[in-house]
Design a protein around this ligand. Structure first.
Ligand code: DAH
Length: 339
């Protein structure tokens, strides 16, 4: 019996010695110590041993088992240490490698122009107000005196969700929202994104930005409109800037006008920039139509007001002498960093 145990132990040790990985070690454990293993079969054969020798033989089997377990554990921990070391080696980080630089962005020229515009009007006591881009037909058209069959609706064709909801075509839609709140007087500037189903070219985009201004108070006249916009123009385009108002038509203002500024490139003499006229068209404006006031719950006998709407991209392109609108939307940092 002693010899048999010794043989088992030696065979086992030899296998452990040759083992190359954890899997093999586990197989060896099962082979020698498992339920169907060699040592177990030795224990089963104890019935053939004389009763007085049994404790001794049992002791021998246990010693053999302990020796195998000890050897298995020693090799297992050595293997684990080796595997860990290899893993660490494979995963080393070279802290001397140059770092990836995170690229810093740049303020968009549209935002620079908008910040300037906001600063001018905040200085005159205006509040900056936001409105929804997904808008009810009512606020975009109806409340601005553009009923369902009005031809102005054709000029501002847009993206409809259904007969009631659309993407707003103009920031004028914020006017009725502000007026409905019932707090008077009103002095607001409403910048935001607007949408029209236009093809993209150097001067058109299906999505662009407008900035709307609205003032409602007692005794507001066309002189207030002219004075306000004349001051704003000098702040934006230079102290010598002159303004000119041409009669126009907008359904939501009466009277309505378009405002031109004297060309800040040639000072009004006429150049390539202003196409020889000396003037550059800038915005639409007018006195808020009494019907628009009434629809939003304001008594036109008591209150009057003016409004204006300017295309933000138009200001940006003029200010920075950019000749293609599309450049503003490509987000090429080489372009954006110039401003
Ligand atoms: N919403 C007009 C447009 O998109 C611009 C405009 C004109 C706004 C006159 C106004 C205004 O507030 O009074 O063409």
């Amino acid at each position: 019996m002693k010899e048999r145990l010794q043989a088992i132990k030696e065979a086992c040790f030899a296998k452990i010695e040759a083992a190359v990985g954890m899997d093999v070690l586990n197989e060896i454990r099962v082979e020698f110590l498992g339920k169907k293993g060699e040592l177990t079969s030795v224990l089963k054969s104890m019935k053939d041993v004389a009763p007085e020798d049994r404790p001794k033989v049992g002791q021998l089997v246990n010693d053999c088992r302990a020796a195998i377990e000890e050897r298995l554990e020693a090799v297992r921990s050595a293997l684990a240490a080796k595997e860990r070391e290899e893993k660490m080696k494979a995963e080393t980080i070279d802290v001397t490698l140059p770092a990836k630089k995170s690229q810093r962005g740049h303020r968009h020229p549209n935002n620079i122009a908008l910040a300037e515009l906001e600063k001018v009007f905040i200085g005159m006591g205006y509040e900056i107000v936001d409105g929804p881009e997904i808008e009810k037909d009512y606020y975009n058209f109806e409340a601005l005196n553009i009923p369902a069959n009005h031809p102005a609706k054709d000029e501002q064709d847009t993206f409809y969700f259904n007969s009631e909801m659309l993407l707003r075509t103009q920031t004028s839609s914020v006017q009725a929202h502000v007026m409905e709140q019932g707090k008077l007087p009103i002095r607001v500037l409403c910048p935001g994104r607007v949408y029209r189903s236009d093809e993209i070219d150097a001067t058109h985009s299906p999505c662009f930005h407008q900035v709307e201004g609205l003032v409602i108070d007692k005794n507001i006249t066309f002189s207030d409109l002219k004075g306000t916009l004349a001051v704003a123009a000098t702040k934006l385009f230079g102290a010598d800037t002159k303004v000119k108002f041409r009669p126009h038509h907008f359904p939501f203002t009466e009277p309505s006008a378009e405002m031109d500024v004297s060309c800040f490139k040639c000072g009004g003499k006429g150049c390539r920039f202003c196409k020889g006229s000396g003037w550059i068209e800038i915005l639409g404006c007018g006195m808020v139509h009494p019907r628009v006031l009434r629809m939003s719950g304001i008594d036109p006998e008591e209150y009057t007001g003016f409004a204006f709407g300017v295309g933000l991209e138009r200001i940006t392109l003029l200010k920075y002498e950019i000749d293609d609108l599309r450049l503003l939307y490509e987000n090429d940092t080489r372009f954006l960093k110039q401003f």
